[in-house]
Design a protein around this ligand. Structure first.
Ligand code: FRU
Length: 502
């Protein structure tokens, strides 16, 4: 499309998008969707954006293409919640309707409530793919106006070593009377994150780069979607590193979500890290953001999906969901994650299962049957070589999550769970992910699983590790079973709940 035609077409895209959603969303078949994970009403969803608290609610925006379940010129979808579980959809917040964003669209960014207004800082990507940071604001938290002097951080404020087409995902925060923005970028060698400073969110000054610029070795990707929060007197920096090289069981995906615990020096921009962790040990977790809840909890969401793989739900008219939001706590300098406690208000039909010992066998547990559930259990690993649970289980279909004694890991195996996922790089392991895990000294591990039709989130050892994965099980695959191989294991504290969000 030519620039002029495009401008004309786009002068009404926000209303077009909203109209399209209003007309088409009611036709989409909700029975194939997760129920307590946020999905787009219709179309494509990627990164969470602008997770914030405003007007007595938590607001979440996301990278959105309402018109089809494929990535395209980006809008910002919008929903709000009071409890992180039940969401109310709001009108599309941003459309690619200005010369600085009508090419590739309104890319990821963040939000800040200030003086009764809600500000969004996002990346406008124009027709030539040039990426610049732009501001929008709203008084009612629903209708947004773009600042007339956008872009507020134009590519002219990007030091020359960084490419103007790789300068995105501003994370806006405040310390004292100054605003700051962290922005993802890269050089030929490595990803990096840049710090900018401002007095008013409109005029910005470059401060410096967080990293030296060569620590990634062969890591040639952008450090996308930076986000920062404070915990225990430390700064926790999260970002999503494209093409991060793997390190044992960590960072095995094509792209990885990383967190660093340390200190950000606001004068130089340098980040001094004491620890680097993988934020989630599964396949489908990217671009996390956090919000501080009214009671002080740090609550995280993330895109529960991944780039460079195929998107099985396309034929059902939607792609993408968010994780069930998680409470984050720093313990011994590492991140612990817990499903938001509000999910417990949506438990139905508690089913307790008597303790059981299995020796070289597998036992179906009918009380744990179902595809929208929470399941908790403890595993005394005993003498078993492998022991764990199978869910989404039917004829030739199951998702397995098990302890592997030899490897010292808990492994999630989706390699036989219905429709298999393949990706752009054929050598990628899309079937299994493993996390190193220690028992409590008595050989006991704890498991907490959340199943929701197209995915599972696994919390291990009271939040010490998580494994998140999309799965697309066969239709009737609803059984659950415990198993022990190569010895015996004991399962105890077993309880299951239906999770129902109306
Ligand atoms: C990360 C990302 C961001 C970008 C957005 C585009 O998933 O590539 O860097 O802003 O998605 O939709």
């Amino acid at each position: 499309m030519k620039r002029t035609e495009r401008a004309e077409a786009l002068s009404y895209t926000l209303s077009l998008a909203n109209e399209y959603v209003r007309e088409h969303a009611p036709l989409s078949d909700k029975s194939k969707r997760p129920s307590y994970h946020l999905t787009p009403e219709i179309g494509w969803m990627n990164d969470p954006n602008g997770f914030c608290s405003f007007g007595g609610k938590y607001h979440l925006f996301w990278q959105y293409n309402p018109f089809e379940p494929k990535w395209n010129s980006m809008y910002w979808g919008h929903a709000a919640t009071k409890d992180f579980v039940k969401w109310e959809y709001l009108p599309v917040a941003l459309a690619p309707d200005k010369p600085y964003d009508w090419g590739y669209g309104c890319f990821s960014g963040s939000a800040r409530a200030e003086d009764g207004k809600l500000y969004l800082l996002y990346t406008g990507v124009d027709e030539d793919a040039v990426q610049q940071q732009c501001l929008a604001f709203s008084s009612d938290g629903v209708h947004f106006k773009k600042y007339e002097r956008n872009p507020v951080i134009p590519s002219s404020k990007l030091p020359e070593v960084y490419p103007i087409k790789e300068f995105r995902d501003p994370f806006l925060f405040r310390r004292g009377d100054r605003y700051y923005a962290l922005i993802g970028t890269k050089t030929e060698l490595c990803g990096n994150i840049l710090l900018y400073r401002s007095k008013d969110m409109k005029r910005w000054k470059y401060v410096g780069a967080l990293f030296g610029g060569d620590e990634g070795g062969l890591n040639k990707g952008v450090y996308e979607c930076p986000a920062l929060f404070e915990a225990d007197g430390k700064d926790v920096l999260m970002y999503s590193a494209q093409f991060l090289p793997s390190d044992g069981n960590r960072f095995v995906n094509i792209h990885s979500s990383v967190y660093l615990v340390g200190k950000l020096d606001l004068t130089s921009g340098k980040f001094n890290a004491d620890y680097m962790g993988e934020t989630d040990g599964g396949f489908d977790f990217y671009a996390p953001q956090t919000v501080t809840a009214a009671d002080g909890r740090t609550v995280m969401t993330a895109w529960m999906q991944m780039w460079d793989r195929d998107y099985v739900t396309e034929s059902d008219g939607f792609v993408g969901s968010m994780i069930l939001p998680r409470e984050l706590v720093l313990k011994d300098g590492k991140l612990y994650q817990y499903p938001v406690r509000e999910i417990e208000n949506y438990r139905r039909e508690e089913r307790r299962v008597p303790d059981l010992v299995l020796d070289e066998e597998e036992k179906e547990i009918s009380a744990l049957r179902g595809t929208q559930k929470e399941i908790q259990f403890k595993l005394d690993t005993g003498t078993a070589e492998r022991a764990g649970i199978r869910v989404f289980s039917g004829k030739d279909c199951a998702l397995s999550v098990y302890y592997d004694r030899k490897a010292g890991t808990v492994t999630l195996d989706r390699g036989t769970c219905g429709k298999l996922i393949r990706g752009a790089f054929p050598e990628t392991n899309f079937a299994t992910r493993s996390v190193r895990i220690a028992s409590d000294g008595n050989g006991v591990l704890s498991f907490r699983l959340f199943l929701d039709r197209t995915g599972a989130e696994v919390f291990l050892n009271d939040g010490a590790a998580t494994i998140t994965a999309n799965v697309y099980p066969d239709r009737e695959a609803e059984n659950a079973s415990f198993f022990a191989e190569g010895g015996s294991a004991r399962f105890f504290g077993v309880v299951g709940y239906e999770i129902e969000v109306k």
